[in-house]
Design a binder for this molecule. Structure first.
Ligand SMILES: CC(C)(COP(=O)(O)OP(=O)(O)OC[C@H]1O[C@@H](n2cnc3c(N)ncnc32)[C@H](O)[C@@H]1OP(=O)(O)O)[C@@H](O)C(=O)NCCC(=O)NCCS
Length: 384
C-alpha cells in the first residue's frame, strides 16, 4: 500500500478550456463576439460573402491583401491546376473501409500526401507557398474522390471553366452546379474559411510552432475539427432535422432534448454572445436551395428549431446550423459535411501556419499538478 504525501499544493489556477486566454497575435481574422462581427484581414465578412470568390478570399488570407482581377484569375487557375492527387493516395482512398468516417479518411490522406510532396521538408517561404496551393486544392479532391469511389463512380478531373469551389461540387457530384448552387457553394466556402483561434486552428499553430511541416499541422487540425463540439456539429444538425421530419414535431423534440440536458447541435458559441454573422447568409441559401429542390419543409423545420431554441435558451444558431441544410440541398451526404467545412477551413489553417512560421515561438504552456507528491518508491516484488 502506498501512502499519499502532499508535500505542497500547486496553487496555480488553470483557465479551463483556455477561455478568454489571448494565445497569439494574428492579422488573419478577427472575431468580435459582443457585436457579432467577423473580419478577414480587416474586411467585413458580409462584404466578402457578397462580392468575393473563394480564391480571392484565399489570396486575401494568405497574402494579407485582396488580389487584382489579373492576380485573382491566375491564382484561381493555379489552384484548379493543383487538384490532381498522387495515384498512391487515390489507391489508399479505395482501400479504406466503406464505413470509416470521411474526416478520418481525409486526415489519413493529408498525412499520406506528405510522403509524395517534393517540398515537404523544405520550409522556405517559396516552398511553403507551393505546398499551400497544392494542399488546399488536394483536400477538395480527396473528399470528392472518396465520395465517388464509395458510390462506384468514375473520378473526375477539374473543369478549367470553374473555380475551386464550383469544381469541388462538380467533382463530388458529377453534375455541373447550377448558378444558384455555384453561388451557394462559393458563399459556404467563403464563410468557413477562417475563424481566428478556434480549437483546430490552435492545434495547427501548436504543431507549426515546433517547426514541424505544413502537412503535419494540417493533419492535427483535421483531427480537432472532427469533434462534435467543433466542425462535427453540422452533420449532427442534419441528422436532427431529418429525425424531426416535420414542422409539428419541432417544439416537443427540442423541449425533450433540453429537458434531458442535451445540447442542440448548431447552437451556441464560445465567443459570439449575439448572432453569428455567418448564419444569416447561410439561412438565405438554405431557404433558396431547399425551395428550389422541393425540400422547403427542411428549411421550415430549421427555422422552427431556431425559434424554439431562442425561446427556451436565448441561444443563437452558429455557422453549423444552416450550413447543414445548404449542404444537404446541394446533394452532399451528411457524413461529408464536416469534410466540406475542412476543405474551406484549410485556407485559414494554412494562413495561420504561415503566420506562425513567420514569427515563431514554441507554444508550450504549463499545467497545474493535481497528483500525489513524494510517494515512497516500492520495489516491484513488494507491490500488490
Ligand atoms: C460551441 C459550444 C461548445 C460552446 O460552449 P461553451 O462556450 O463551453 O458554452 P457553455 O458550455 O459554457 O454553455 C453556456 C450555457 O449555454 C448552454 N448551451 C450552450 N450551447 C448549447 C446548445 N447547443 N444547446 C443547449 N444548451 C447550450 C449550456 O448548457 C450552458 O447553460 P447553463 O449555463 O444553463 O448550464 C456549445 O455551445 C455547444 O456545445 N454547442 C453545440 C455544438 C456546436 O454546435 N458546435 C459548433 C460550434 S461552432
Amino acid at each position: 500500500m502506498s501512502t499519499t504525501l502532499n508535500n505542497s499544493r500547486d496553487e496555480r489556477v488553470p483557465v479551463r478550456g483556455l477561455e478568454g486566454v489571448i494565445a497569439a497575435d494574428t492579422s488573419v481574422s478577427y472575431v468580435d463576439g459582443i457585436h457579432g462581427r467577423l473580419l478577414y484581414q480587416g474586411y467585413d465578412i458580409h462584404d466578402l460573402a457578397e462580392h468575393t470568390s473563394f480564391s480571392e478570399v484565399v489570396f486575401l488570407l494568405w497574402r494579407g491583401r485582396l488580389p487584382t482581377r489579373a492576380e485573382r484569375d491566375v491564382f484561381s487557375a493555379e489552384l484548379v491546376a493543383e487538384m490532381r492527387l498522387p495515384s498512391q493516395v487515390v489507391e489508399m482512398l479505395k482501400l479504406t473501409p466503406p464505413n470509416s468516417h470521411p474526416m478520418a479518411v481525409l486526415r489519413t490522406a493529408v498525412s499520406m500526401l506528405a510522403n509524395f510532396d517534393p517540398d515537404v521538408e523544405n520550409m522556405s517561404p517559396e516552398a511553403n507557398w507551393r505546398k499551400a496551393k497544392r494542399l488546399l486544392a488536394q483536400v477538395s479532391t480527396i473528399i470528392a474522390d472518396l465520395h465517388r469511389i464509395r458510390h462506384g463512380q468514375p473520378l473526375l478531373s477539374p473543369d478549367p471553366n470553374f473555380g475551386l469551389s464550383a469544381n469541388f461540387l462538380y467533382m463530388l457530384r458529377g453534375t455541373p452546379p447550377t448558378p444558384l448552387e455555384a453561388e451557394a457553394m462559393r458563399v459556404l466556402m467563403v464563410l468557413h474559411a477562417d475563424h481566428e483561434l478556434n480549437a483546430s486552428t490552435f492545434a495547427a499553430r501548436v504543431i507549426a510552432s515546433t517547426l514541424s511541416d505544413m502537412h503535419s499541422a494540417l493533419a492535427g487540425a483535421l483531427g480537432a475539427l472532427k469533434g462534435p463540439l467543433h466542425g462535427g456539429a453540422n452533420q449532427r444538425v442534419m441528422e436532427m432535422v431529418l429525425d424531426i421530419g416535420n414542422v409539428e414535431m419541432v417544439q416537443s423534440y427540442i423541449a425533450g432534448m433540453l429537458e434531458n440536458k442535451k445540447r442542440i447541435m448548431g447552437f451556441g458559441h464560445r465567443v459570439y454572445r449575439t448572432e453569428d454573422p455567418r448564419s444569416p447568409h447561410l439561412k438565405k441559401f438554405s431557404e433558396l436551395l431547399c425551395k428550389s429542390t422541393g425540400q422547403e419543409h427542411l428549411y421550415e423545420i430549421s427555422r422552427r428549431i431556431e425559434q424554439a431554441v431562442m425561446e427556451a435558451k436565448g441561444i443563437y444558431p452558429n455557422v453549423d446550423f444552416y450550413s447543414a441544410t445548404v449542404q444537404h440541398a446541394l446533394g452532399i451526404p451528411p457524413e461529408y459535411f464536416t469534410a466540406v467545412f475542412a476543405a474551406s477551413r484549410t485556407a485559414g489553417w494554412i494562413a495561420h501556419i504561415m503566420e506562425q512560421y513567420a514569427d515563431n515561438r514554441l507554444i508550450r504552456p504549463t499545467s497545474r499538478y493535481t497528483g500525489d507528491m513524494g510517494l515512497p518508491f516500492v520495489p516491484i516484488d513488494r507491490r500488490g
